[in-house]
Design a protein around this ligand. Structure first.
Ligand code: C2E
Ligand code: CA
Ligand code: CA
Ligand code: CA
Length: 277
């Protein structure tokens, strides 16, 4: 029994060491990723339910490291937040996404919305609104073409968040509440924040075939509509889900059914096929 205990202990420490080593190499890699040009943005279309037209796209970051391979955002974004690296990474994302959106707007000669995910730490920086302003100036993108996707954790502190949201609104920037329904946000939030869009979390869409989840989706949509918010369903994977949403006054959807997030060249051909006569 003693020997087993010892082995278990060794096994445990080996595991721990590996975990720590992994995290350290991840952090080391992350520190050099920007200068080494290892980040790339993928784009996922946001599609009007009624017409099937592409109204905009969400920019989603990808990290390709020669040693680590492709690291999914769920694995490195938390570390980027922990280390503060999300600040320069977030600036890069916003600049790159707006630059790309401007190109596509010029190509199509019509407005197209670009949605950018914002981390709480980014939003909390005293110069956050300045950063947004500068990006818009540099890229010459209209403020009304940029939508910032905020999480419930950001709006959890209304005293801090509200003035910043108002400043962004005054600039003309669109604000969206991401992953709606998963956090602790209360309905009173929705009323007091200057939001433009509500994104229904994939979790509810996944379970829409259950009566209770469908009821939640119905409630969110009717609430969004009465507050005059644009409502987007996330993670739509099946035609059944889309058909169900079509009967619910849901404005837009996003999901693998229409397209996964794709590199910019691929998104561009998608834009050309969908929007050409
Ligand atoms: P999110 O903002 O909720 O983004 C939606 C995620 O769902 C994306 O995962 C997207 O690829 C995935 N998705 C979209 N449609 C479907 C579908 O039909 N089925 C399934 N199974 N998945 C779908 P991704 O790209 O891995 O990003 C994960 C999360 O990482 C994002 O969740 C967001 O919180 C964060 N993230 C991604 N890019 C950025 C960024 O540039 N900045 C920040 N701060 N966070 C980011
Ligand atoms: Ca998002
Ligand atoms: Ca989301
Ligand atoms: Ca609506």
């Amino acid at each position: 029994a003693k020997e087993l205990g010892k082995n278990n202990f060794q096994f445990f420490t080996a595991d721990m060491n590996e975990l720590i080593a992994n995290k350290m190499s991840l952090e080391l890699g992350l520190r050099k990723a920007l200068t080494n040009n290892e980040f790339e943005l993928y784009y996922q279309p946001q599609v009007e339910v009624e017409s099937g037209a592409i109204k905009g796209m969400e920019a989603l970051i990808r990290w390709r490291n020669p040693k680590l391979g492709i690291v999914p955002p769920n694995e490195f974004i938390p570390l980027a937040e922990e280390t503060g690296l999300i600040i320069p990474i977030g600036k890069w994302v916003m600049q790159t996404a707006c630059e790309q959106a401007k190109k596509w707007e010029s190509m199509l000669n019509k407005p197209l919305r670009i949605s950018v995910n914002i981390s709480a730490l980014q939003f909390q920086q005293p110069d956050f609104t300045d950063v947004v302003k500068k990006v818009l100036e540099r890229t010459n993108l209209s403020a009304t073409s940029l939508e910032l996707e905020l999480t419930e954790s950001i709006v959890q502190n209304p005293q801090h968040a509200l003035p910043i949201m108002k400043e962004l609104k005054e600039m003309g920037v669109l604000l969206s509440l991401d992953d709606f329904g998963t956090g602790y946000s209360s309905l009173s939030y929705l009323r007091s924040f200057p939001l433009d869009t509500l994104k229904i979390d994939k979790l509810f869409i996944d379970n829409m075939h259950h009566v209770k989840d469908e009821a939640i989706v119905n409630t969110i949509i009717s609430m969004a509509n009465s507050l005059e918010l644009n409502v987007i369903a996330e993670g739509v994977e099946t035609t059944e889900q889309l058909a169900s949403l079509a009967g619910k006054a849901c404005d837009e959807y996003q999901g693998y059914l229409f397209s996964k997030p794709v590199p910019c060249e691929e998104f561009e051909s998608l834009l050309q096929t969908i929007t050409s006569p």
